[in-house]
Design a binder for this molecule. Structure first.
Ligand code: TYD
Length: 136
C-alpha cells in the first residue's frame, strides 16, 4: 500500500509560520468541504468508515494523532505530528483516527460535499466492496 504524505511549504519569518494551500496546486483536487475535529476525548477512535468516491487530505494542524489506513488487504499506521504535513486518503480506504493528543486539531480537506450515501460504515461490507471491485 502506497502512503502519500504531502510536505507543504511553510512561509516562515521572524513573525512565525504560515502555510497556504491551493486547490490543484498544493492539494490535488477541488476543495469542496473543510471540517475539523478538536476536543477529542482521550482514548477515542474516530472514523471507522470508507468512502466510495471521495478524496481527502488530513492535516493535524495542532497537536498530534495517528491514522490507520486499511485497503482491505493491508494496513498502515501513519502518525500526523506537524502542521505542514498532509496525508492523502483516496476512496476505497477504511480509515480510523486515534491517539489524539488533548490539544489535537485534525483538519480535513475533502473533494466532495457531505453525502452519507457515499459512506461504507460496516467493515464486512467494506471488504466485500473492495474484493468485488478487484475481481472486475
Ligand atoms: P462522523 O462521521 O461520525 O465522524 P467521524 O467519521 O470522524 O467519526 O461525523 C460526526 C457528525 O458530524 C455526524 O453527525 C455527521 C456530521 N458531519 C457533517 O455534518 N458534515 C461532515 O462533513 C462530516 C464529516 C460530519
Amino acid at each position: 500500500m502506497q502512503v502519500i504524505k504531502y510536505m507543504f511549504q511553510p512561509h516562515g519569518d521572524d513573525r512565525g509560520q504560515l502555510v497556504a494551500l491551493e486547490e490543484f496546486k498544493d492539494i490535488p483536487f477541488k476543495i469542496k468541504r473543510v471540517y475539523y475535529m478538536y476536543d477529542t476525548t482521550e482514548g477515542v477512535v474516530r472514523g471507522h468508515h470508507a468512502h466510495k468516491s471521495l478524496e481527502q487530505i488530513l492535516i493535524c494542524i495542532h497537536g498530534s494523532c495517528k491514522i490507520r489506513l486499511d485497503n482491505g488487504s493491508e494496513k498502515k499506521v501513519v502518525p500526523l505530528e506537524k502542521p505542514y504535513e498532509g496525508l492523502y486518503v483516496a476512496n476505497d480506504m477504511w480509515r480510523e483516527m486515534f491517539d489524539f493528543s488533548s490539544d489535537a486539531v485534525l483538519m480535513v480537506l475533502a473533494s466532495e460535499l457531505y453525502d452519507e450515501s457515499d459512506y461504507i460504515r460496516d467493515y464486512d461490507e467494506f471488504l466485500e466492496y473492495v474484493n468485488s471491485k478487484s475481481e472486475e
